[in-house]
Design a protein around this ligand. Structure first.
Ligand code: PLP
Length: 409
């Protein structure tokens, strides 16, 4: 039985076209892009072609694209490069640890930090961001799509608030890139980070959009690479892979892939919700009926309490009463199904998800929650396989569970 991988928000495999595009830059075109000879110029041209693709992907100028090592570096650069003692940062309590731990360290360095909590649905209220602003607020940093729930934040509205207040705005778009259309002018951001390996590109490479005129200090010094914004010999093959992944992502945003994924995700959710004692995290109601389950809107601009909460098409986060999700992850793994019990980047930690806790989910329910995130290449057969093994695994674990037996509260 082939394995079913439903942990795309942790990482994705290369698409074959991405590998093909990268291959020559490890082999015959191995030059250093800073060299003036032909070998160097081939590498330089490849990087600049990828930059052109990223500029199209983001709707920005080529000179505003800075290649780096991925989402963590982009997030760290945005925060450490913008803020110093006496400044104020507004962020949220559901950010990735790349933001939260950078903010914590900045706090120790004399930066004031406000963490805005989400609504129970997982959505950040733009008005709460506005209300958190102070005269010394220098930066707002809010993610586009949450890695655990898939909830798409009202980034466009937050961008307008930032603009009106003349505050810089950073978006962690690591989980949004390739799943919702990006346009940095529409989003109104000054900085935006993304990572290739979340969108069928290689690991260890990403990009930071830096709007022209943004006073960003570089984290790394030691060379004039990337317009002096990021020193270090460029990862040419990785950058070529990111460019190809962005090109393919642009196609798949328009070729019906996203509605197809949303339909598969909805089918998966509807099937899982038939198991008693289950529900969706990151929706309007914790008891979301399948028919009313939020569908992907792909819009970062539809903030309303009345609408179903927009989510990226590939993600669902569900709770299973009377279960420990770690046990379920292991049981599913043994059946050949890969899912995640929380943020993959925090794997190894047994703490309940900070995202779910911030949404007001109880500790026991947060510990009993599972994230399933579909690859772009997911099939109906993958969904059926999960629906075949999951109910049985849940039933078995509940039978064994001291929580179910009422021995643990
Ligand atoms: N931001 C978000 C929202 C993420 O989900 C992740 C990774 O899971 C990161 C940042 C870090 O990205 P990278 O793995 O490229 O360092």
């Amino acid at each position: 039985m082939p394995r079913v991988y439903m942990d795309a928000n942790a990482t994705t495999p290369l698409l074959p076209e991405v590998l093909e595009a990268m291959r020559p830059y490890w082999m015959e075109r191995f030059g250093n892009a800073s060299s003036i000879h032909l070998d160097g110029q081939q590498a330089r041209n490849a990087i600049e072609s990828a930059r052109e693709m990223l500029a199209e992907f983001l709707g920005c100028r080529q000179a505003e694209v800075v290649f780096n090592s991925g989402g963590t570096e982009g997030d760290n650069t945005a925060l450490f490069g913008m803020l110093g003692a006496g400044d104020h940062l507004v962020t949220t309590s559901i950010e990735h640890s790349a933001i939260l731990q950078a903010a914590e360290r900045l706090g120790q360095m004399g930066v004031e930090v406000t963490y805005v909590a989400p609504r129970p649905s997982g959505l950040i209220d733009p008005d709460a961001i506005g209300a958190a602003l102070r005269p010394n607020t220098k930066l707002i940093s809010v993610m586009l799509a949450n890695n655990e729930t898939g909830v798409v934040q009202p980034a466009e509205e937050i961008g307008k608030i930032a603009q009106a207040a003349e505050v810089f705005f950073h978006i962690d778009a690591v989980q949004g890139a390739g799943k919702v259309a990006l346009n940095v002018s529409r989003l109104g951001c000054h900085l935006l980070s993304l990572s290739a390996h979340k969108m069928h590109g290689p690991k260890g490479v990403g990009a930071l959009f830096v709007r022209r005129g943004t006073p960003l200090a570089s984290l790394l010094v030691g060379g004039s690479h990337e317009h002096r914004r990021r020193a270090g010999t460029e990862n040419v093959a990785g950058i070529v892979g990111l460019g190809k992944a962005a090109e393919l992502a642009m196609h798949s945003l328009e070729d019906g892939t996203i509605p197809r994924l949303a339909a598969l995700r909805d089918r998966l959710e509807a099937g899982i919700l038939k198991i008693p004692g289950t529900g969706i995290n990151g929706s309007q109601s914790n008891h979301c009926h399948p028919e009313r389950a939020p569908r992907v809107e792909g819009s970062a601009s539809s903030f309303s309490e009345d609408n179903p909460v927009p989510r990226v098409a590939n993600t669902t986060n569900l709770w299973f009463d009377h279960l420990e999700s770690e046990a379920l992850v292991i049981a599913l793994d043994l059946k050949g199904v890969a899912v995640s019990g929380g943020s993959a980047c925090a794997s190894g930690a047994t703490l309940p998800s900070h995202v779910l806790l911030a949404m007001g989910v109880s500790k026991s329910r947060a510990r009993a929650s599972l994230r399933l995130s579909l690859l772009k290449t997911a099939t109906a057969a993958d969904v059926e396989r999960v629906l075949e093994v999951l109910p049985e695994a849940v039933a078995k674990l509940r039978e064994l569970s001291p929580v179910a037996a009422g021995q643990v509260f």
